[in-house]
Design a protein around this ligand. Sequence first.
Ligand SMILES: *[C@@H]1O[C@H](CO)[C@@H](O)[C@H](O)[C@H]1NC(C)=O
Ligand SMILES: *[C@@H]1O[C@H](CO)[C@@H](O)[C@H](O)[C@H]1NC(C)=O
Ligand SMILES: *[C@@H]1O[C@H](CO)[C@@H](O)[C@H](O)[C@H]1NC(C)=O
Ligand SMILES: *[C@@H]1O[C@H](CO)[C@@H](O)[C@H](O)[C@H]1NC(C)=O
Ligand SMILES: *[C@@H]1O[C@H](CO)[C@@H](O)[C@H](O)[C@H]1NC(C)=O
Ligand SMILES: *[C@@H]1O[C@H](CO)[C@@H](O)[C@H](O)[C@H]1NC(C)=O
Ligand SMILES: *[C@@H]1O[C@H](CO)[C@@H](O)[C@H](O)[C@H]1NC(C)=O
Ligand SMILES: *[C@@H]1O[C@H](CO)[C@@H](O)[C@H](O)[C@H]1NC(C)=O
Ligand SMILES: *[C@@H]1O[C@H](CO)[C@@H](O)[C@H](O)[C@H]1NC(C)=O
Ligand SMILES: *[C@@H]1O[C@H](CO)[C@@H](O)[C@H](O)[C@H]1NC(C)=O
Ligand SMILES: *[C@@H]1O[C@H](CO)[C@@H](O)[C@H](O)[C@H]1NC(C)=O
Ligand SMILES: *[C@@H]1O[C@H](CO)[C@@H](O)[C@H](O)[C@H]1NC(C)=O
Length: 475
Amino acid sequence: MIPDMRAPFLFLLLSSTLGAIERANAAECTVEHSDNDAIDDSPFLLKAFTDCALDSVIHFERANYSVYTPVTLANLKNVTVHIEGNLNLPSNITQVQQAINATLNQPSTYATPWFYIQGEDVQIFGSDDFEWGRFQGHGQQWWDIGNRVLRPQLATFNVTNGLLSGLKVIKPIAWGWNLPGRNIRAENHFVDAKPDNGTRDNTISFPFNTDGFNLSGQNITVDGYYGHNGDDCVSVINGARDIVAMNGYCGFSSHGLSIGSLGRNGAEHTVQNVLFKNWTMDGAVYGARFKSWTGGRGWADNITWEDITLVDVSTGIFITQNYYDQDKGPRPDNVNKSSTKISNITFRNFVGSLTTNWTDGSCISDPCWNFVPGIDTTKGIIFDLYPETALSISVQDVTIHPFNQSAEATTVLCDPTTLAPGEQDTLGFKCENGPFIATAIVPRSTGSSVGLLASMNILSILCGAVSLMLGLSLA
Ligand SMILES: *[C@@H]1O[C@H](CO)[C@@H](O)[C@H](O)[C@H]1NC(C)=O
Ligand SMILES: *[C@@H]1O[C@H](CO)[C@@H](O)[C@H](O)[C@H]1NC(C)=O
Ligand SMILES: *[C@@H]1O[C@H](CO)[C@@H](O)[C@H](O)[C@H]1NC(C)=O
Ligand SMILES: *[C@@H]1O[C@H](CO)[C@@H](O)[C@H](O)[C@H]1NC(C)=O
Ligand SMILES: *[C@@H]1O[C@H](CO)[C@@H](O)[C@H](O)[C@H]1NC(C)=O
Ligand SMILES: *[C@@H]1O[C@H](CO)[C@@H](O)[C@H](O)[C@H]1NC(C)=O
Ligand SMILES: *[C@@H]1O[C@H](CO)[C@@H](O)[C@H](O)[C@H]1NC(C)=O
Ligand SMILES: *[C@@H]1O[C@H](CO)[C@@H](O)[C@H](O)[C@H]1NC(C)=O
Ligand SMILES: *[C@@H]1O[C@H](CO)[C@@H](O)[C@H](O)[C@H]1NC(C)=O
Ligand SMILES: *[C@@H]1O[C@H](CO)[C@@H](O)[C@H](O)[C@H]1NC(C)=O
Ligand SMILES: *[C@@H]1O[C@H](CO)[C@@H](O)[C@H](O)[C@H]1NC(C)=O
Ligand SMILES: *[C@@H]1O[C@H](CO)[C@@H](O)[C@H](O)[C@H]1NC(C)=O
């Protein structure tokens, strides 16, 4: 793992000469670095984060740090980190693979992070200078040759009371930051996972699985995000509660602002209280997306996407409760006869345009992973619901137009036989395989939309109650 045998000696030398001084000033540590980029600086990181794990400030100088070994920076308590330098992963693919294969870092669901950060009251500030405070993954060369073996996830921030501010993720190999902790704010985050030499539909150079954020923790706010990538900008997964993700831009060929996937292999997964607000989705496969697996269990409740601008996206709004791996054959039998239930799901104020091609470079199976029967370049909304397990879904103020066509040309896929009784009244558009036709929302007393409830009068409450009763009696 250590590419140069001098590294341990240098480490010993520095720790013996500087150790006494550093310990005396344990509240302030500067992470050492070598000027030779062949030398692994990881031991210096471990030392600084051990010496200054408690009530301390840690500085990375304005320099290149070679972080050639995955690191666990754990048991931190009340630590503020200033990253004025850049943290570079190895540019040698084999070296990364061997290191990730051997690391004891705690894995996430699908990958092992290069940086595992754990503790309480931890704040990390990236440099104000755009050229610094960077995590350089050297992912470009992985994408160029389509290498997807033993890829690391960049970082896990498993912290209670945390702040990530002004961090820049440059050419990550794959997944970016995972946030399983609680009481976390991530602000002004930057992601460049756009291949230097590939278009969004090029399957060779596509930056697969370059999710910006995976959120599975509680009370997390993402405020300010600018990124180009080839997977979800923000993915909210099992366990997540009280999430707000706002004020962001997602470019290249992102896969959207996503909930899920939930309920894989019949798992009991839950997500609650999520707001995505004020995002521009430019060139994305989806704007808003919910995904749960065929035969899933659990539930997702109170999820809102609002103030979303779409620029040439494939599908504006997408829900599937019937997801499966299309490249592994036909849809499996739903042996559980179950689905992840969804409720109080709102899509509000979407404007913008669709693109001419509903696929992207991650389409390497036939049919493509995002294929649904009937899909084409006019689909503003696709709802693939499991019968009667979707309650209080509503679409409000949606104006989406296909490329070079007017909004009247926008169509939807929605099977009315999957709707729960009364659901059409609150849906906000006509559930059909056909044109997008907005419909008035008839509020009902169990509805989710507090604002809507507040603004309506007694008469409409009565109408809502009556239509709900009618809906139920017809079922
Ligand atoms: C946190 O650490 C700083 C030093 O970096 C110290 O001044 C402060 O008192 C500590 N806070 C608590 C609550 O201990
Ligand atoms: C840091 O690394 C980059 C890329 O290799 C290089 O261009 C730059 O000169 C280095 N900066 C310093 C201060 O070493
Ligand atoms: C890349 O790393 C591998 C494994 O450490 C090593 O065998 C190989 O020589 C390295 N390649 C280069 C170009 O340094
Ligand atoms: C990963 O590690 C295992 C042993 O833990 C070893 O058998 C395997 O060859 C390693 N793979 C790579 C690609 O290094
Ligand atoms: C992040 O979430 C997405 C969506 O569920 C998933 O595809 C990806 O594997 C997750 N990444 C990690 C590192 O767990
Ligand atoms: C986060 O830390 C908790 C303990 O504080 C641990 O139980 C959990 O597995 C960790 N999660 C991840 C994804 O590392
Ligand atoms: C939620 O997290 C924020 C930090 O982002 C914190 O200020 C706030 O107190 C937390 N709220 C709760 C209810 O813990
Ligand atoms: C892609 O661009 C990189 C520079 O970022 C270059 O080194 C590489 O050779 C290019 N690959 C292909 C297949 O064109
Ligand atoms: C859409 O992109 C796919 C994948 O690159 C390509 O095969 C197909 O020809 C494109 N279709 C159109 C209509 O551009
Ligand atoms: C919406 O987000 C953008 C950043 O993408 C920001 O510049 C703008 O100020 C935000 N708008 C509002 C109303 O907060
Ligand atoms: C729904 O979720 C949002 C976003 O986390 C939260 O602000 C709101 O209080 C939640 N509503 C309910 C009724 O819990
Ligand atoms: C939907 O939200 C309302 C209002 O917050 C709540 O009473 C109801 O329990 C939620 N529905 C479900 C199925 O959780």
